[in-house]
Design a binder for this molecule. Structure first.
Ligand SMILES: Cc1ncc(COP(=O)(O)O)c(C=O)c1O
Length: 471
């Protein structure tokens, strides 16, 4: 089968069955990731999507799914935003130097300028340089190398529960063995503090052995964890006192997601480095960016001899730069950060009202369109026994049952957090309609009603466990 057969297979819409697509899916199962196929089938989420627009995913069999996952915060501007798609078409039509390597990229210069302006809430322009990557993890690797070069120290400090990506350096900054087990030793010299514990942080920083403190301003995969009041501001001040580079990983929280251009803006922060990726792509061409002070940059590239000492083939790719520029245009023109700020707060308030009566809902928290619904084990004996039994089968079982039911019965796509299975994420595109937000609230109430009042939720979970063993 040719690539074009697969393209035709996913674009045709007339036939509810699609043998060509099934053949492509079988190739995926044979040659890409069979376990992923098993998981999608187990969760009944192996739909064929024929078109994705704003927050709505259209399946071949005629269903409409509302996307509240946004590709883990990639789709801040919604799926296939016409302005970004149009800008990419025009860039391709120019037949310009997209991957030349031996030239000075004007679009990279323009995007760097725009990103530095976006980050500069105080007007002090304390950040002056940008390194472009193609993923969030590569941005984290960049922060590790640059902070080491700048300080001459090799230690690194991160927060427990963090998610920073799955390359060896980024993975070393994560204390969850789930992601690192089986891959051997990660980079040495990493230590962890509890997110929010200033005492621990100061004791570590005072040793002056750490090149950088790397934090998500709001921890995403840990369960949409907001920092305690004053923590990030004090962490920044401590970093300055002990000569440690203060790095914000805004790969999920950046670019309007939390209701400000960067989440750090909520706290008036001036980090030494900011890592961006995901949403900068417009969901179309992978791109990341690491913003930093001039002095940090210059410690890596101090002379002509070292002009290319840290680089990567796809850094500054012309299409990626264009996607970034067009994405920033959309975020600014449609005032998406402000929209997320006001609608997000009202959304969480409605969720809190409608879910307050359920004993298993502990809290609804978040900022902007970055929300988490936090569950607690049930107190009622009958529910508790079932809950504990399923947690023993797999700790993510309860959350995955909610995800599955939201998807199957209510046409809502979301996920539980990667490092905290008792938190369900709600992170729709920042362009999502108010009707979609209402649909999520209705669906969530209905699912919780079902969990609390019907034994069949727990019976379904039992069947899922049995299928997981069989498939
Ligand atoms: C906060 C954070 N940092 C870094 C990463 C890694 O990004 P990527 O998957 O693009 O390597 C992620 C990915 O989810 C993330 O959430």
């Amino acid at each position: 089968m040719t690539t074009s057969t697969c393209e035709a297979a996913t674009s045709a819409t007339a036939d509810p069955r699609n043998p060509e697509r099934e053949e492509c899916a079988a190739s995926y199962e044979a040659h890409v990731n069979p376990q992923w196929v098993r998981l999608m089938k187990l969760l009944d989420m192996d739909a064929e999507y024929v078109s994705c627009v704003r927050e709505t995913l259209h399946t071949r069999d005629g269903r409409k799914i509302l996307d509240f996952l946004s590709g883990y915060c990639v789709y801040n501007t919604g799926h296939n935003h016409p302005a970004i798609v149009g800008a990419l078409h025009r860039e391709l039509d120019r037949s310009g130097p997209l991957m030349l390597q031996s030239h000075i990229s004007a679009t990279a210069g323009e995007l760097a300028e725009r990103l530095l302006r976006l980050a500069d809430a105080s007007g002090k322009r304390h950040l002056g340089k940008v390194y472009f990557s193609t993923s969030g993890a590569e941005g984290v690797e960049t922060a590790i190398k640059f902070s080491r070069a700048h300080t001459g120290r090799s230690g690194l400090l991160a927060a427990r529960g963090a998610f920073h990506g799955l390359t060896c350096g980024a993975l070393a900054l994560m204390d969850s063995g789930f992601w690192s087990d089986g891959f051997g030793a990660m980079i040495p010299g990493v230590e962890f503090v509890d997110f929010g514990d200033l005492g621990q942080l100061e004791r570590q920083l005072a040793t002056r052995r750490h090149a950088a403190l790397i934090l998500e301003p709001i921890q995403g995969e840990a369960g949409i964890v907001l920092p305690p009041a004053g923590f990030l501001e004090a962490a920044q001040a401590l970093c300055r006192r002990y000569g440690t580079v203060f790095v914000l990983d805004e790969v999920q929280t950046g670019l309007g997601r939390t209701g400000r251009p960067l989440a750090g803006h909520h706290f008036g922060l001036e980090p030494d480095m900011v890592i961006l990726a995901k949403a900068l792509s417009g969901g179309l061409v992978p791109v990341g960016a690491v913003l930093m002070t001039d002095v940090i940059y210059e410690s890596v590239y101090p002379s002509l001899r070292r002009a290319i000492v840290h680089t990567s083939t796809y850094s500054e790719n012309g299409l990626a730069m264009r996607a970034g520029l067009a994405t920033l245009d959309v975020i600014e023109d449609e005032a998406l950060a402000g929209r997320a700020l006001s609608l997000g707060e009202a959304f969480r308030e409605r969720l809190r009202e409608r879910l307050a009566r359920f004993e298993m809902v502990r809290e609804v928290r978040g900022l902007g369109f970055f929300s988490g619904i936090v569950f607690a084990p049930p107190r009622a004996l009958a529910l508790r026994l079932s809950f504990e039994a399923f947690a023993r089968v797999h700790p993510a079982m309860f959350g995955q049952m909610l995800v599955m039911r939201l998807y199957r019965e209510h046409g809502i796509l979301t996920q539980i957090c990667g490092n905290n299975f008792l938190v369900l994420k709600a992170a729709p595109p920042l362009t999502a309609s108010e009707a979609a937000l209402d649909a999520f609230v209705d669906a969530m109430e209905s699912v919780m009603e079902y969990v609390h009042s019907s034994l069949s939720f727990w019976t379904d979970a039992l069947h899922l466990a049995a299928r997981a063993v069989r498939i």
